[in-house]
Each structure stands twice: as structure tokens, then as C-alpha cells.
Write a protein that binds this ligand. Structure first.
Ligand SMILES: Nc1nc2c(c(=O)[nH]1)N(C=O)[C@@H](CNc1ccc(C(=O)N[C@@H](CCC(=O)O)C(=O)O)cc1)CN2
Ligand SMILES: Nc1nc2c(ncn2[C@@H]2O[C@H](COP(=O)(O)OP(=O)(O)OP(=O)(O)O)[C@@H](O)[C@H]2O)c(=O)[nH]1
Length: 471
């Protein structure tokens, strides 16, 4: 196929027990013969062999060798794997031996690029693979694995095929409608299919961006009055002293943003300036302005209050929370998020200053009380948050995969728009059917851009560049 044979270290850099070097391309088997004397190895089986330099005959290492004849390989091409001891000198020597065979070092993502061009993977599967390697939490891993295994690919393929069928039917209608052979209700049935499809895509789109949020991390912000313990909570959740904690109100000014993992969900956690109503300090005022902007764009809000202040107020809980929100001028913001709904949680800190009886009473009333100082109440608090995160990110499955990238969303929206155009054109009395069918083709093109069946070299470059060398 004219592709050069490429090689790369596919396991990570650095000393390790075993390193995997992959070779892909027409001359892979030849390399295996020259470097191990294996001539016709059984495919996909590991052979323990001495691996030597093809020119000097010097032994490089003793390792496992595998032969994957194309097209039944990851790349779809003939491929070989050397699994050797993971030391730098071994790898150096192995790489230089492969260079002597006039093979080329693979660029980042090049194996996967070849898999894509050999129809082993479509673009959503490639992206799933990239996400799988990047996944830092359990839930991200699950989402990526579904996508890498073709859940989105299957769905979009089904839709594309349905559109292709409609185009074929309508073209037959255009060509033959004057004959009586074609049933007059072809058009109606076709439109019905397209309406169903359009509805399905719209439902798929109105997913609350669950997959995208999970893929990118749930942007979570801690807000509340000064000194309630926001920085202490951030430090607890990231398990280190990242934010400064002092008894002085107004300590945090800038937004402190950190990544953490809560029950397998990726969290981008932000500590913000305490929302002091009456401050005249310009730095603090700016901090408060930033806190509100940040909270406005967050996926999840942790509204924190001081349990002792609440109890001293002698107000019923709901009233206290309502006044607290109003006082901090957070009403509009939190109404949008839905107070106490899945996008917001209220937590009362400093439980260690309450007596046991009071604590029990609050817990019985389902009020979340914690103590950052004594690290109390976190099990319940984390459970509550996990429950919310589940709702925010959904539970993607093979049957019901979610959109994981804005790139997909953009094309899906355009896909629906073209279908709408089609419906509009085809509903007029004297319409140009040829033009209308073109709209269905356009909507197919948009699906094709997601899966890579219509490929723009620029998109491919961006996607494959995100891979590491050897993938
Ligand atoms: N040693 C090693 N481990 C690895 C990989 C690898 O390339 N090498 N992988 C690399 O990503 C992943 C496994 N993914 C793979 C995907 C497809 C094929 C493959 O040979 N596919 C053929 C045959 C399928 C079959 O017979 O079941 C094909 O699709 O035609 C191999 C590995 C993770 N672990
Ligand atoms: N007793 C008690 N004190 C706490 C607890 N959590 C935090 N504190 C104390 O409360 C004070 C303020 O804590 P921070 O974490 O800095 O509070 P903050 O809300 O980030 O404060 P600002 O930066 O002013 O908005 C510090 O003296 C903490 O030691 C707690 O659970 N119990």
C-alpha cells in the first residue's frame, strides 16, 4: 500500500519491567525474521526469542515476539511486537537496529491514524481511545471505553444509513414518480422516517451535556460567607494544604482551582473569596466579583455556611438558607441552578462546635453538617455529592451513549438544521425535490464529519496529535 514501515516504543517512557515496541507496515515480518530468525510464526502467539541487531548480529535482549498479519491487527497492516526488558540501553539499541532496516520512527498517533485509514476504527472510536488513555477517573474510563468500543460509532452509523436509504428512496421517487410503479406513499413513509430520526437526534442532543461534563471534569465551586471554612473544605477534598486557611475573614481572594477525584468523578474544584456584603477592600471586592462569575458558569455549587451561626439565628433551616442566599445576592444564580437540586448542595461547617444532641437533630432533619477541623460528617456529604454527580453525568451505556465532545454536538445541530430545511422545502406545494434531497445529503455529511467518513485533514491532524508516540 506504499506506506513505509514504522516503529515506536508503545509503552511509556522510563525504566520499567517490560517495554513494548510496535512495528507496523509491509516489512514487519521481514524485520522479525532478520532479528529473531522466526520465519513463519503462528499469528498472535508469543515466542520467547533472542532479539539481535540485523547488521552486527549482536544480541540486544531476550524478549517476547508477536506477529499480527494484516488485516487482523490493530493498524490493519502487518505488525510485529517486541516485548523486551524496559531499560534505556536496550530500547536505544533496539531502536537503532530498526532504524538500520530503514524503517521510520512513528509520529504521535500514527499507528492509530493507520488504523483509521484502514477502517479499523472510525473517528469517534479514535477519540474514545484518546480519552481512554487520558482518563484519570473511573467514570471517565467507563465513558471512554464505551466510545472506544464503538457505542457512538454504531449509533451514528445507523442514522447515516437511514439517511442514505431516504436519499435513495426519494431519488427513485424523483426518477420514476411519473410511472405508476412507485407507490404514492413512498414520500410519506420517507418523511415519517426522517421525522423520527430528527426527533431521535434532538433527544440525543438534549442530554444536559452529561458526557461532555464527565469528559471535561465537573466544574465545582465552593461559595459562602467569609470564614465559614471554604478553603478548609477544598484542602480536605484535595487532601493537601492547597489553599491558605486563617482565622481572618477574607483570606481567599483569587480563585484557587484544583483537580480532584470524588467517587470516580473528575472534579475541577474551585475555592473562592468569601462573599462579604459590606467590604470596602477593593481586592476583596474584585475577588467577590470573580467568585460570582465563576459560580455562574459552574456545573455544581457547594454553598457553605457556618452551623453555629445558623443555630444562633434561631430560624428554621429553610428560612435560614433562603435568607443566607438572599443576603449574599445569590438568589438569581442559584435559582438558575436549582437550589438543592442536582446542581447545588448546602453544607453547614464547624459541626465540632455543636453538642452531640444538636448534631443528631440536624442530621435527622437531613441537614448536611460537617467539620473540616475534625474531619467529621464527610461520608454522608460525599455520598450526597456523588448522588448529584451521577445525575449530572448520567449513566452512559452501550444502548444509550452520550455525546462526549462539543465537536460532535456542533455537527449534530447542523445535521438537524438540514433536516429542518428539508421539511420546510418539502412542505411547500410546488417544491423542488432535487433541492430538498440535497438537504438530506448535507445532513448526512454532518454525521460523516463526526465519524470521519467525510474527512477534513485539519480535524484529523488535531485529533491524532493528541495521542502519544507509539499509539
Ligand atoms: N501488547 C499489546 N497490548 C495491547 C495493545 C497492543 O497493541 N499490544 N493494544 C493496542 O491498542 C490494546 C488492545 N487492543 C487491540 C485491538 C485490536 C487488536 C487486533 O489485533 N485486532 C485485530 C484482530 C481482532 C481479533 O482477532 O479479535 C482486528 O481488529 O482485526 C489488538 C489489540 C491494549 N493492549
Ligand atoms: N471549629 C472549626 N473551625 C473551622 C472549621 N473549618 C474551618 N475552621 C476555621 O475557620 C477559619 C476560616 O477557615 P477558612 O477555611 O479559611 O474559611 P474560608 O471560608 O475559606 O474563609 P475566607 O477566605 O475568609 O472566605 C479558620 O480559622 C479555620 O481554622 C471547622 O470545621 N471547625
Amino acid at each position: 500500500m506504499g506506506n513505509s514501515t514504522i516503529y515506536a516504543l508503545s509503552s511509556g517512557q522510563g525504566k520499567c519491567g517490560v517495554a513494548v515496541v510496535r512495528i507496523s507496515g509491509g516489512e514487519a515480518l521481514e524485520a522479525l525474521r532478520k532479528m529473531t530468525n522466526l520465519t513463519k510464526p503462528e499469528p498472535r502467539k508469543a515466542f520467547l526469542r533472542k532479539i539481535f541487531d540485523p547488521q552486527t548480529g549482536e544480541i540486544i535482549d531476550r524478549g517476547l515476539c508477536l506477529w499480527f498479519p494484516g488485516p487482523n491487527s490493530f493498524t490493519g497492516e502487518d505488525s510485529v511486537e517486541f516485548q523486551v526488558h524496559g531499560g534505556p540501553a536496550i530500547l536505544e539499541s533496539l531502536m537503532s537496529a530498526l532504524a538500520k532496516l530503514e524503517f521510520r520512527a512513528a509520529e504521535s498517533g500514527e499507528f492509530t491514524r493507520r488504523a483509521f485509514f484502514n477502517d479499523k476504527l472510525d473517528l469517534t472510536e479514535v477519540e474514545g481511545l484518546a480519552d481512554l488513555i487520558d482518563a484519570e477517573t473511573e467514570q471517565q474510563r467507563k465513558l471512554a471505553l464505551l466510545q472506544a468500543d464503538g457505542s457512538l460509532s454504531k449509533l451514528y452509523k445507523k442514522w447515516r444509513e437511514s439517511l442514505a436509504q431516504s436519499v435513495a428512496n426519494l431519488e427513485a421517487y424523483i426518477d420514476f414518480s411519473e410511472d405508476d410503479n412507485i407507490e404514492s406513499d413512498v414520500l410519506n413513509r420517507c418523511n415519517e422516517t426522517l421525522r423520527d430520526l430528527s426527533l431521535n437526534i434532538k433527544t440525543h442532543l438534549s442530554d444536559g451535556r452529561k458526557g461532555e461534563i464527565l469528559r471535561n471534569g465537573i466544574r465545582t465551586v465552593i461559595i459562602g460567607e467569609p470564614n465559614v471554612g471554604k478553603s478548609s473544605l477544598l484542602n480536605y477534598l484535595v487532601q493537601r494544604n492547597a489553599a491558605i486557611v486563617t482565622p481572618i475573614a477574607g483570606t481567599t481572594r483569587d480563585i484557587v482551582e484544583l483537580n480532584t477525584n470524588i467517587s470516580g468523578y473528575p472534579i475541577l474544584l474551585a475555592d473562592t473569596a468569601g462573599l462579604a456584603k459590606a467590604t470596602t477592600d477593593v481586592v476583596e471586592q474584585e475577588g467577590i466579583r470573580r467568585a460570582k462569575i465563576y459560580a455562574n458558569n459552574a456545573d455544581f455549587v457547594i454553598l457553605m455556611a457556618d452551623a453555629t451561626v445558623y443555630l444562633n439565628s434561631r430560624k428554621p433551616y429553610e428560612e435560614y438558607v433562603r435568607d443566607y442566599i438572599e443576603n449574599l445576592e445569590l438568589k438569581d444564580l442559584l435559582l438558575k441552578k436549582g437550589v438543592l437540586a442536582e446542581n447545588c448542595v448546602v453544607v453547614m461547617n464547624k459541626a465540632d462546635l455543636l453538642n452531640d444532641q444538636t448534631k443528631e437533630r440536624l442530621r435527622a432533619d437531613r441537614i448536611t453538617v460537617i467539620s473540616c477541623a475534625k474531619e467529621e460528617g464527610f461520608q454522608e456529604f460525599l455520598e450526597t455529592m456523588t448522588h448529584n454527580f451521577q445525575k449530572i453525568c448520567g449513566n452512559p451505556s452501550r444502548e444509550n451513549p452520550t455525546i462526549s465532545q462539543n465537536r460532535h454536538r456542533i455537527h449534530l445541530i447542523k445535521c438537524v438544521e438540514h433536516l429542518e430545511n428539508y421539511f420546510e422545502l418539502s412542505s411547500t406545494a410546488e417544491y423542488d425535490m432535487v433541492l430538498a434531497v440535497q438537504e438530506i445529503r448535507n445532513s448526512m455529511r454532518e454525521l460523516g464529519k463526526i465519524t470521519g467518513h467525510v474527512s477534513a485533514e485539519q480535524i484529523l491532524d488535531i485529533i491524532f496529535k493528541t495521542f502519544c508516540i507509539g499509539k
